[in-house]
Design a protein around this ligand. Structure first.
Ligand SMILES: Nc1ncnc2c1ncn2[C@@H]1O[C@H](COP(=O)(O)OP(=O)(O)O)[C@@H](O)[C@H]1O
Ligand SMILES: [Mg+2]
Length: 293
């Protein structure tokens, strides 16, 4: 299963989207809240019910002891997002942004753990990597979890369909592509996740930014507010538009990651007559018109 990293140019719905994807996924799923600016799920959806004794900030010390200790600590710090069922779990984020510096050497080892969870344990893994900060044209070493992006099967730059959001995203795309090409698994790991707020539709966003829109989530204030602040779930939350399209988005992420793996294993020049096979079209990405039931 894929490891999908969600990022943004400016706060626009990354945490909400990461939660929606994790909760809507058809398989066991895992959300790693790795935003160096600090986690919001503990105080938000979980309403402070999980103590600061659990979370990402405890993993730096374990990593310094060794990979086995990190893996153990990781498992011990996961908390359920689905009551006691345990199919959807989260590693909650930093309680203080000052903790980010201590994690710079942890990200790479944490990435190994997340890939084991995805590949061997069969989880869909979603990483909330927060808002990206650049430093001299590269991903900032402390203010971004850069190694997680480098290794991700899919990096989803989250944008809204507004002029402001597209303008900010445009400035980030060049450096992000270059970073993934030079230090990551390739610039093709990058796609857009469109939050359908604003006038621009998926094809217009893709045209404007020259990056494919791999998935779209609808503007759904009631469901998003619940994911943001918790409390009593709104009526029909599990069947809300946000969760239904989030489920479709998880399938699209899986298809995309599988196709990339095929491309990486069988590079196009070796099979020029078969190259088109890996690019057969999928279902439309826009949630508008893609509704089922
Ligand atoms: N799909 C959506 N529909 C409606 N509101 C949304 C949606 N996604 C995010 N929001 C709202 O946008 C705000 C920022 O969302 P959040 O997920 O915290 O962003 P980020 O993690 O990028 O800072 C919150 O008030 C949230 O409820
Ligand atoms: Mg956030």
């Amino acid at each position: 299963m894929p490891v999908t990293c969600l990022v943004s140019a400016k706060s626009c719905g990354v945490t909400t989207a990461a939660l929606a994807l994790t909760l809507a996924c058809a398989r066991s799923s895992l959300l790693a809240e790795c935003d160096p600016a600090g986690g919001t799920i503990r105080a938000g959806l979980l309403r402070g019910q999980v103590s600061a004794g659990y979370g990402l900030h405890h993993l730096a010390a374990a990593e310094r002891v060794g990979p086995a200790e990190l893996a153990q600590a990781f498992a011990a710090h996961l908390v359920p997002l689905d009551g006691s069922a345990g199919h959807r779990r989260a590693l909650l984020g930093l309680t203080d942004p000052a903790q980010a510096a201590a994690l710079t050497r942890t990200w790479s080892a944490l990435s190994d753990v997340l890939h084991v969870m995805a590949e061997s344990a069969g989880h869909d893994v979603f990483v909330d990597a927060g808002r990206l900060t650049l430093d001299a044209g590269r991903l900032h070493a402390v203010l971004t979890p850069a190694p997680l992006l480098h290794r991700a099967d899919l990096v989803l730059l989250t944008v809204r369909g507004t002029e402001q959001s597209l303008t900010l995203a445009r400035h980030l795309l060049g450096p992000l592509r270059a970073e993934l090409a030079e230090r990551g698994t390739g610039a093709e790991a990058l796609g857009l996740l469109l939050i359908e707020d604003g006038p621009y539709r998926a094809h217009q966003v893709a045209d404007a930014l020259k990056v494919p829109v791999l998935a779209a989530l609808p503007w759904d204030p009631a469901a998003a507010a619940y994911l943001g602040v918790g409390g009593k779930a709104p009526r029909g939350f599990a069947r809300s538009r946000l969760l239904r399209y989030a489920r479709t988005a998880t399938e699209q992420a899986t298809v995309f990651a599988a196709r990339r793996q095929v491309h990486q294993r069988y590079p196009a020049p070796a099979h020029p007559h078969l190259a088109g096979l890996a690019d057969l079209p999928d279902r439309p990405v826009s949630s508008r018109g893609a509704a089922r039931g």
